[in-house]
Design a protein around this ligand. Sequence first.
Ligand code: ZN
Length: 308
Amino acid sequence: MLNQINGLHHVTSLASSARANNAFFTDALGLRRVKKTVNFDNPNVYHLYYGDETGTPGTVMTYFPFPHAKRGQKGTGEVGRTAFSVPEGSLAAWADRLATLGATGLGQDTRFGEHRLLFDGPDGDSFALVETADDSRNPWTEGGVSDQMAIRGFHSADMRLADAGATGELLRYMGYEETDKQDAVTRYHVRGGNEANVIDIETLPETPAHQGAGSVHHIAFSVDNRARQLEVREALIDSGHAVTPVIDRDYFWAIYFRAPGGVLFEVATNEPGFNTDEDTAHLGSALKLPSQHAHLREKLEKTLDPID
Ligand code: ZN
């Protein structure tokens, strides 16, 4: 069993409108946009990152907004819901806030004793806010959401799979422990990691999801540094997974592999972080391009939709 994984690093999803996506995460949810860059593999599309003040791993929701992308179709083989941690007693205020802002899919339930507010993002993305008693993370409060209710970071990601067995086994290999089970949902925790340390696997009859706007593209797990990432890469390859080489994403190094249930996994380093090319006070304000796409700046500044 590996011991390098800290929990989630980021979750990356698809959207249909950069402007609507930016407004939802910064205005409605009050997160900070910590980076405005492009998809390194397709620089005609933005890559937008939202999180806490500095984009601490475990707080960062990211998007590839493809203009006018068709909505995804929910099903098995994907992350079906992404959950954020909020303070105890804040759900009623969140329910009011999101209802006032016209959010859809609002509902409340309890999972493993924790109260959840369910809601949809602008492309029908499934989210939850989960009341968490002892989350010590500092929220970003300059986005118009008070400290009493502001999002602390991720609580968990909820994978929906037709067959939970092999992916559960992979999570245990990666250092997660099965800690609870309720109906069709099994909860996994990584101990001693960051506070975005929960994965739920929900088992459902097979109805394969089709990726589109509102779908999660991949989930990334955090490791401290490149040395630990190489240890994880080697161990995953030894256990039969097809893992990419290490890829430089400017703000972290990344490796990717497909989990047996169909979800794309990434392992990303906490180094160097988002203030490597802008200072903390100005994170997310300027369009940042990686060196390989710097020559496209003039064109991209004309073709990318303005979002502010
Ligand atoms: Zn990623």
